[in-house]
Unconditional design. Sequence first.
Length: 128
Amino acid sequence: MNPQNNYGVVHFAIEADDVDRARAFYEGVFGWRFEAWGPPGFYRVLSGTAEAPGIEGALYARTVPRRGDDAMVGYRCTIGVPNLDATTAAVVANGATIRTERSTIPGVGSLIEFADPEGNIVCAMQYE
């Protein structure tokens, strides 16, 4: 059986109004790598390292217009980080807006919610 067929999340996609701006944000904050793949403006996203490969994703131009600042398009993702304070600073420095300040879930960890420069809502979590 293919190990990806385990009901786990195996891919993510980020839609953007400005693909270059979104790419710069995710490179700057999380160190993700991007490879041009397929049509122009479409990128394969490599979110991990050789030791911890993470989930493979895609970045491309938004296909459905957002309807307002709080509109969700697709899933909300949570990104695990080793240092939430440093990530919060990097998120802001790279153009995101904090929507929910640091909060703690007892026995789980601490998290923030932010809107990336494209308006996508994302969480960053430092697990205990």
